[in-house]
Write a protein that binds this ligand. Structure first.
Ligand code: HEC
Length: 120
């Protein structure tokens, strides 16, 4: 008869694994919504890798001391109300020009930016 101990150990540890993965699963739900918003509304200017689709105009989200080093509070305000830094050639439009976005959407897309482009 074959040794079934590894199978039993595998079965017993499954629920523990599922439990451990739960926080990951919950975050990925939000991140997915964030990704959807990013791809619909932000990607044209900020680029698929977040480094900016308009060279010299849109900032590099992946830069360690770049815009994403600011607090969520500041970033949510800048995304929601729009933002222009001194001397810049082009403003970030309020909500990226998509009036449909809710407060939750802004938080979701910010979470996505930080997770995807800033390693947080
Ligand atoms: C029409 C182009 C355009 C679109 C669309 C756009 N942005 Fe921007 N965004 C910009 C520009 C330009 C800047 C830099 C503004 C400056 O520094 O003056 C910027 C800056 C930012 C910043 C940095 C703000 C800071 O404090 O430095 C964040 C965060 C950001 N955008 C997020 C987003 C998100 C999220 C979306 C989609 C919901 C989006 N942007 C859509 C053009 C755009």
């Amino acid at each position: 008869m074959k040794n079934i101990t590894p199978i039993i150990i595998g079965l017993v540890s499954l629920p523990a694994l599922a439990y451990a993965a739960m926080p990951l699963l919950t975050t990925s739900g939000d991140t997915e919504r964030g990704q959807e918003i990013y791809e619909e509304t932000c990607i044209a200017c900020h680029g698929p890798d977040g480094s900016g689709a308009l060279p010299g105009i849109t900032p590099d989200f992946t830069a360690k001391d770049g815009p994403l080093s600011q607090s969520d509070e500041v970033l949510i305000e800048h995304i929601t109300d729009g933002f222009q830094s001194p001397g810049s050639q082009m403003a970030m439009p309020p909500l990226g020009g998509n009036d449909e976005l809710t407060e939750e959407d802004v938080q979701a897309v910010l979470d996505y930016l930080k997770h995807e482009f800033y390693g947080e």
